[in-house]
Design a protein around this ligand. Structure first.
Ligand SMILES: C[S@@+](CC[C@H](N)C(=O)[O-])C[C@H]1O[C@@H](n2cnc3c(N)ncnc32)[C@H](O)[C@@H]1O
Length: 240
């Protein structure tokens, strides 16, 4: 059973996720940094650094949202970054940020579903995604699509929340994500469900080796999991 943001609605997970991110888009960046104490910025930086040696020229940022991962990828000095997302609200916030940075010649944000990408096979040098795969309706088909559009020799970097296992971080994180995070998220975003969906979807998500199994099924090779910050977040690297 997949975890849905709005349990009383009949729409699909993708539709509900798009609606939820449209709702919270004006407050998304603020809440991201507040709820993570700013550490999300470090996680994205660390993930992008893993691509430095490969110097990808054309990058696809899946579930780009407000574009923070795509903006971080500018440090790789690529020729082109395309960000896709199913939430127009999130993309609008992202486009404004990119315009402010005057980087619209390098970063383009467009509406798109990662489970049905419109790009041709073997197109991108690297495919990246931060905090997106947990929201896919079908994880395997989303990852398979990401593999399809990446060139042989390309690298895929996935950043996603994971579940810390050791005492006392596991217990502290559980308390924070079950009680404090939904309360702050609900108050600031005014969306009643979004910040309860977040810990529920993290809980249900196959992290660590379970993710690597699906990653491999999707076609990625030499896969690796790099846990960060006591395992609250993990980076998954895969090659084609
Ligand atoms: C938590 S946000 C992450 C945004 C950004 N990558 C970041 O690091 O801040 C998750 C994003 O995934 C998008 N998303 C979820 N499912 C998607 C799908 N199937 N295709 C494209 N985008 C999707 C949502 O609309 C949302 O903007």
């Amino acid at each position: 059973m997949s975890v849905l943001p709005y349990k009383d609605k009949q729409s699909s997970k993708s539709e509900q996720v798009a609606e939820m991110f449209d709702n919270i888009s004006p407050k998304y960046d603020l809440l991201n940094h507040v709820l993570s104490g700013g550490i999300d910025i470090y996680w994205r930086k660390k993930a992008i650094k893993l691509l430095q040696k490969r110097q990808p020229k054309v990058i696809l940022d899946i579930a780009t949202g407000t574009g923070d991962f795509a903006i971080e990828a500018l440090s790789l000095k690529p020729e082109k970054i395309i960000g896709v997302d199913i939430s127009e609200g999130m993309l609008e916030v992202g486009r404004k940020k990119i315009q402010k940075l005057n980087k619209q010649d390098i970063i383009t944000l467009q509406t798109g579903d990662s489970e049905r990408l419109t790009f041709s096979d073997n197109y991108f040098d690297a495919v990246i995604v931060s905090f997106g795969v947990r929201n896919f309706q079908n994880l395997l088909s989303g990852l398979t699509e990401m593999n399809r559009v990446m060139k042989p020799g390309g690298t895929c970097v996935v950043v996603e929340f994971s579940k810390p296992q050791s005492f006392p971080i596991k217990q502290l994180y559980h308390f924070y994500s079950k009680y404090l995070l939904p309360l702050i998220g609900r108050t600031v975003s005014k969306d009643q469900a979004a910040y309860s969906y977040l810990p529920e979807s993290v809980q249900a998500f196959p992290d660590g080796n379970a993710f690597l199994d699906i990653y491999t099924k999707a076609g990625f090779k030499n896969t690796q999991c790099i846990p960060l910050t006591f395992g609250i977040c993990s980076i998954y690297v895969g090659h084609k």
